[in-house]
Write a protein that binds this ligand. Structure first.
Ligand SMILES: Nc1ncnc2c1ncn2[C@@H]1O[C@H](COP(=O)(O)OS(=O)(=O)O)[C@@H](OP(=O)(O)O)[C@H]1O
Length: 363
């Protein structure tokens, strides 16, 4: 009889402890700013996710009180009335994190999905520069969306890692918060290159005559993939800009001369396109945001062959538009092999010099 009583008491106290934890656990959506939380308590309690998930649904509507917008299905976001904006201290704020590329690395998907976090205000801002001054930076900030005092302002531009690294370095030195963090998505450079080529081919068709010639010259576009990436001897041309953008180790080396490694998160764009959830969790931790993303927030779409967002409080975001995830053309095996042979030693530098170990490094 005593044993039964003792078991009963143990069960009851376990139940009460769990309930207490759920009640006392700070709700990610209710913090005062994106950093005001004990991250480890969340991380170690992820096993409570079925309970948190329920809280998350309720919390999310509260969490939306952190934003400056109203979100409706099939509509662009709507700015809240002025009284709400001033209550939430909404303004255009300089970013505390930047997604810097690479071009075609999956930056748009990262921007759209990371921007679903209630404590993130992701601006798809206009590209800054080429001159980086107080005035151009102020203009740049004007292109941002509103960010409340409880949110982290995040923006980025896919070319910042390569084409615009000089501008990025100036921005880091003189204009951005000292604790700024960078997110870099690296994708298999051969896939990146093909994606870039497909993208440029679709844009080229919008131009005619002289305009088209100018654009082709600017992009180094020569009609076919062969002509664009190979030199007269049939070797991969490292000076073709579309090829050069995939030499990640070179750009990473110069980036790390300006910013400590611990302030840069490098993620695998290939892995992200297959499943964004685990990488978003890493990004959340890196940015010291309260955990928000859950597995059920992303559903695989058989038609798109990508995961699309599925978050009740953000009916405005689902799949990316048809300009992302385009079908790649068939490429002769010989050319594919040449490209992999060309990139392999450069990829291996990523492992040797920076300890990165993505599955595509040795392809
Ligand atoms: N969820 C989801 N939906 C659609 N597409 C996705 C997604 N996640 C990653 N991707 C990959 O993103 C690639 C485009 O990269 P970017 O957005 O960086 O391109 S850009 O530089 O901003 O033009 C795009 O490249 P392509 O497939 O060549 O179009 C996709 O492979």
């Amino acid at each position: 009889m005593r044993r039964v009583q003792r078991n009963f008491l143990v069960t009851i106290s376990c139940f009460l402890t769990i309930m207490l934890l759920i009640i006392l656990l700070p709700n990610p959506a209710e913090e005062n700013d994106w950093r005001g939380h004990d991250e480890d308590s969340f991380t170690s309690l992820r096993f409570l996710s079925p309970f948190l998930r329920r809280r998350d649904h309720q919390g999310l509507s509260k969490g939306n009180q952190t934003t400056c917008y109203r979100f409706l299905r099939y509509h662009p976001e709507e700015l809240l009335p002025p009284a709400d904006l001033s209550a939430r201290n909404c303004k255009k704020r300089m970013p505390h994190a930047l997604v810097i590329g690479v071009k075609k690395g999956g930056t748009t998907a990262m921007a759209r999905y990371l921007g679903l976090h209630p404590k993130v205000s992701f601006s798809t801002s206009i590209q800054p520069g080429p001159d980086i001054t107080d005035a151009t930076m102020a203009e740049w900030r004007e292109t941002f969306r509103m960010t409340s005092s409880m949110q982290m302002s995040v923006t980025g531009y896919p070319g910042l890692f390569n084409d615009m690294q000089p501008q990025l370095l100036l921005m880091l030195r003189n204009h951005l918060p000292a604790d700024i963090k960078l997110i870099l998505m690296l994708r298999d450079p051969v896939q990146r290159l093909v994606s870039d080529f497909v993208h440029t081919s679709t844009i080229v068709d919008r131009f005619h005559g002289e305009e088209r010639k100018k654009f082709e010259q600017l992009e180094g576009f020569k009609g076919t993939l062969n002509a664009t990436v190979l030199d007269e001897l049939g070797h991969v041309n490292p000076f073709a800009s579309i090829v050069r953008l995939g030499l990640y180790a070179i750009d990473l080396q110069s980036l790390y001369q300006q910013i400590p490694e611990e302030r840069v998160l490098i993620t695998d764009g290939n892995a992200f396109s297959k499943d964004p959830f685990p990488i978003l969790v890493k990004v959340e931790r890196f940015l010291e945001l309260p955990p928000f993303f859950q597995r059920f927030h992303f559903k695989y779409n058989k038609k798109k062959h990508f995961y699309c967002a599925n978050i009740e409080s953000r009916p405005d975001v689902n799949c990316l538009n048809s300009q992302k995830g385009r079908k790649h053309p068939e490429i002769a095996d010989g050319l594919v092999q040449k490209l992999y042979d060309f990139y392999r030693p450069h990829n291996r530098e990523l492992r040797k010099e920076f300890g990165l170990n993505f599955p595509w490094i040795d392809l």
